[in-house]
Design a protein around this ligand. Structure first.
Ligand code: ADP
Ligand code: NI
Length: 218
């Protein structure tokens, strides 16, 4: 099947599914990750553009935070649109290594996998990362911050998913760690400025609300 046609069909199916996610993981997230992936792949001539495009498009479909019992799997979507078996395996391998999973991420097995993971993580940090984190926290009824909550350094994937942490705690458990976990040279370079902006944001937040200190009024 013609590749562009396959992409268009998968896109239509994916759009239906992402429409049900909150604004932290909507189609605009997919579009931004696509742009990040293109920016990184310009410097990675060995990477296959089509594998990247299709993997970015489908990378959040099976996200455990959103998946409903009847949500189609990535494999089902690709098979439904008659994608080649080899292509399906390559896309699924890329998507499998994207998730942070509380630090329990799976090893990267291809250059395309590295690019997609970095592209997704760039969208988790910086100004857009801040906006997304508070949006996710809001959608799940989480606290903005909790001075009494300890950020965990190492945890199982189950513990990471289970605990309803305040959003500022999530910065310490994940977002501030991502800069060091970038894989591609361009990803590392792009992460730097975004990381510094998050640090400045947290410092300003602390100046405004004195998160660390007990208020004399309580
Ligand atoms: P992954 O799917 O890579 O394991 P996460 O589950 O850590 O990723 O979350 C993806 C994005 O969802 C984060 O970058 C953040 O924007 C948001 N998010 C996830 N968990 C939280 C949380 N506890 N508080 C605030 N935002 C969160
Ligand atoms: Ni994502």
């Amino acid at each position: 099947m013609e590749l562009e046609q396959l992409y268009r069909k998968c896109r239509a199916t994916a759009e239906e599914i992402y429409r049900k996610f909150d604004a932290s993981h909507d189609l605009d997230h997919i579009n931004r990750v696509m742009k990040n992936a293109i920016d990184i792949s310009v410097r990675e001539p060995l990477a296959n553009e089509f594998i990247i495009k299709l993997s970015v498009l489908l990378h959040d479909i099976e996200d455990a935070k959103y998946k409903l019992e009847d949500t189609l799997s990535v494999r089902e979507i690709l098979e439904m649109h008659e994608a080649d078996e080899i292509l399906i395996d390559r896309v699924i391998a890329c998507i499998d290594s994207v998730s942070f999973s509380g630090g329990n991420e799976k090893a990267i097995t291809s250059i395309e996998g590295a690019i997609i993971r970095d592209a997704d993580r760039l969208d988790a940090i910086g100004a857009i990362g801040i906006a997304r984190a508070f949006t996710f926290g809001g959608a799940r009824g989480r606290k903005l911050y909790d001075a009494n909550e300890e950020a965990r350094a190492k945890m199982s994937e189950e513990d990471y998913r289970k605990k309803r942490t305040a959003t500022v705690t999530h910065f310490h458990e994940k977002l501030l760690l991502l800069k060091e976990l970038m894989v591609t040279a361009e990803g590392k370079r792009l992460a730097k400025e975004r990381h510094e902006f998050m640090v400045a944001f947290l410092e300003q937040l602390d100046r405004e609300i004195g998160m660390g200190k007990d208020s004399v009024w309580t």
